[in-house]
Write a protein that binds this ligand. Structure first.
Ligand SMILES: Nc1ncnc2c1ncn2[C@@H]1O[C@H](COP(=O)(O)OP(=O)(O)O)[C@@H](O)[C@H]1O
Ligand SMILES: NC(=O)OP(=O)(O)O
Length: 311
């Protein structure tokens, strides 16, 4: 079987459901690793990325609650770095355990990854990225009235703090990641969309980059064969959640673009995934992108499954 270089972007349900405790998130990653290890066992080189929206929002709240003059709250770029570290640590251990159970001898390493953004990106003036817990409308409006954070309604699920989410333009550590992959190391990188940095000195900026866009950029830079975006559904649908919903299987970039125009994909949830998949396929010669669920990995290994985006 041909060996592929795959960037796998993990969606929120791979790490966190209702319980935000360290134990529950580590347990969720143990399950996640049992799915991912099937690709490693198949012989593929894996570059794993993950989200951090709930975790970085929770961390900001913890920081704010404990802050004092002598022990100030850390800024958002540093909080993103902290979540890369904590989630990477949990995932390394989960993967090591899953590989040991299958007698796979490979090293796993988490790379603190800085993702370069443009300081002039209009996203800095229009925060859109939801992070942290869901609040009621009244709670969110009270915080906004106090002149603090901006909140927006998130897909009918409640109100969440929103922060700027500029597009990634480069990844500082991509060559190191590639070298590790060449050595056979499973890497966890660009976690939480990467630490947003800008300017010549790569100064940290207040933002959370979308992990689907960061994963796409990474997949291009390392010359991946495949970008797999794992989320809560086996397939992308048109007319999603309507009586006439239709599952997309193999779909071309041109066809997907007409569905975007027609508004089939929700902003902030499925739309960035579809856009990231399109960008990867367009910007690479033979690159393929798949959007599916973690639970569908086994089917993916045994044939075409999920929504496969092709030229
Ligand atoms: N057209 C669509 N097809 C499939 N799922 C959709 C569509 N529009 C919105 N969704 C929803 O978007 C979710 C994925 O977004 P989200 O949960 O925010 O991503 P993540 O898995 O990265 O955390 C799916 O689980 C599904 O509930
Ligand atoms: N950074 C990021 O996109 O995180 P989520 O996928 O958790 O929203």
């Amino acid at each position: 079987m041909n060996k592929r270089k795959i960037v796998v972007a993990l969606g929120g349900n791979a790490i966190l459901s209702d319980d935000a405790s360290s134990e529950a998130q580590q347990q969720a990653l143990v399950t996640t690793a049992e799915y991912l290890v099937q690709l490693i066992e198949r012989g593929d080189d894996l570059i794993i990325s993950h989200g951090n929206g709930p975790q970085v929002g929770n961390l900001l709240l913890q920081q704010a609650a404990a802050a004092s003059e002598s022990n100030p709250a850390m800024p958002l770029d540093t909080c993103v770095a902290m979540t890369q570290g904590s989630i990477g640590y949990w995932m390394q251990n989960a993967l090591n355990k899953a590989m040991a159970a299958r007698n796979i001898q490979k090293d796993v390493a988490t790379i603190v990854t800085q993702v370069i953004v443009d300081e002039q990106d209009p996203a800095f003036k229009n925060p859109t990225k939801p992070i942290g817990p869901f609040l009621s409308e009244a709670e969110a409006k009270a915080i906004m009235a106090a002149g603090k954070d901006t909140f927006k309604e998130d897909s009918g699920r409640g109100w969440r703090k929103v922060v700027a989410s500029p597009k990634p333009v480069g990844i500082k550590e991509y060559q190191v990641i590639n070298q590790l992959v060449e050595l056979g190391v499973v890497t966890i990188s660009a976690g939480g969309g990467g630490i947003p940095v800008a300017g010549k000195s790569l100064r940290g900026v207040e933002a959370v980059i979308d992990k689907d866009f960061a994963s796409e950029k990474l997949a291009e830079l390392v010359g991946a064969d495949l970008l797999i975006i794992l989320t809560g559904v086996d397939n992308v649908y048109i007319n999603y959640n309507k009586p006439d919903q239709k599952k997309l299987e193999e779909v071309s970039v041109a066809e997907l673009e007409t569905y975007i125009e027609a508004g089939h994909f929700a902003a902030g949830s499925m739309l960035p995934k579809v856009e990231a998949a399109i960008t990867f396929v367009k910007n690479t010669d033979n690159g393929k992108a798949i959007i599916t669920s973690l639970e569908n990995i086994e089917n993916l290994i045994h044939g075409v499954s999920g929504t496969v985006v092709v030229k």
